[in-house]
Design a protein around this ligand. Structure first.
Ligand SMILES: NC(=O)c1ccc[n+]([C@@H]2O[C@H](COP(=O)([O-])OP(=O)(O)OC[C@H]3O[C@@H](n4cnc5c(N)ncnc54)[C@H](OP(=O)(O)O)[C@@H]3O)[C@@H](O)[C@H]2O)c1
Length: 280
């Protein structure tokens, strides 16, 4: 199967159809970012992940337009930083995201991290309003624990389509994955190749050897085989292709179990409180 055919496999989640493979853009800036987005789309990626805090929404929009791919064929996600969760702030921030991207609306707008200083019902109320105003097709959350997912669902009648969380073989996220499944939400895995660290792992390399694949491809396959959306980031064209070539092989149950055993208590890369106000 070619990248073009496979990159558009989607996960259905509370009314959204989210492409299983997306391009992460954290830390991609300027022309490098615009080029990565353009090339990814030309290669068949149909999902791009950005955030207001990444300061690259303009370049993401420019890459999208340069690719020649139709706007409606691409799933664009952006995220609101927690210091903008007060309702009037959130609405302003969302309008600014869409304006920087030079789009009429995004496909998915997320609360980037929980903010304990602002009642969740208020932030979600504002997010729902932004959706009803047509600035986003879907809404969701990021870095929410199981308890926060439950609290969020009780606080809004708008469907939440995903929780975007750190997720890779070195971290056990089974509880949050189970909570998302219970509520029809997709899990979107960020840092899905553990920020490049998977390439040194002997188990992933050995399994990759058996399939003619790299450790990073095995890692991404491990996630998409569980219907977890992956958004690996790369600035390199050859790695865009590598990270997309994950739909033409299948890991056995024994291989999946062996990879799951790589999880470690200290496997988290991004500190749990990273997005809290004191980090601003
Ligand atoms: N919601 C949140 O709070 C949150 C937090 C973190 C990230 N994210 C999102 O998730 C995306 C992905 O996470 P991430 O950027 O932290 O990390 P990642 O995608 O797991 O890893 C990116 C790193 O791996 C390298 N890499 C890419 N493909 C590779 C391959 N095939 N083999 C070996 N190395 C490879 C990249 O370097 P090169 O550029 O040199 O290829 C880069 O250094 C972000 O870009 C962002 O969109 C969201």
């Amino acid at each position: 199967m070619s990248t073009n055919e496979t990159a558009v496999q989607v996960v259905e989640a509370n009314g959204a159809a989210i492409p299983l493979l997306g391009l992460g853009t954290w830390d991609l800036r300027g022309r490098v970012c615009a080029r990565a987005v353009e090339q990814a789309l030309r290669l068949g990626y149909r999902h791009i992940d950005t955030a207001e805090i990444y300061e690259n929404e303009r370049e993401v929009g420019a890459g999208l337009r340069a690719s020649g791919v139709k706007r409606d064929d691409v799933f664009v996600t952006t995220k609101i930083w927690p210091s903008h969760f007060a309702p009037h702030e959130l609405e302003r921030a969302a309008r600014e995201c869409v304006a920087r991207l030079r789009l009429h609306s995004v496909d998915l707008l997320l609360l980037h991290w929980p903010n304990p200083r602002i009642p969740l019902a208020e932030a979600l109320g504002a997010l729902g309003k932004v959706k009803r105003a047509g600035l986003t097709r879907h809404i969701g959350v990021s870095n929410f624990t199981v308890a926060l997912i439950e609290e969020a669902l009780a606080a809004t009648s708008e469907p939440l389509v995903c929780d975007q969380v750190e997720c890779h073989p070195f971290l056990d996220q089974s509880k949050v994955i189970a909570a998302c499944r219970r509520h029809g939400m997709a899990v979107v895995a960020y840092s899905p190749i553990a920020q490049g660290k998977v390439r040194h792992n002997e188990v992933l390399k050995r399994i990759g050897g058996a399939h003619g694949k790299t450790a990073a491809q095995v890692c991404l396959r491990f996630l998409v085989q569980q219907r977890i959306v992956v958004i690996p980031r790369t600035s390199k064209v050859e790695r865009l292709s590598e990270n997309a070539a994950i739909f033409d092989f299948v890991l056995s149950a024994a291989e999946m179990a062996e990879i799951a055993r790589l999880a470690r208590p200290d496997g988290r890369l991004i500190p749990a409180g990273f997005g809290q106000p004191e980090w601003d």
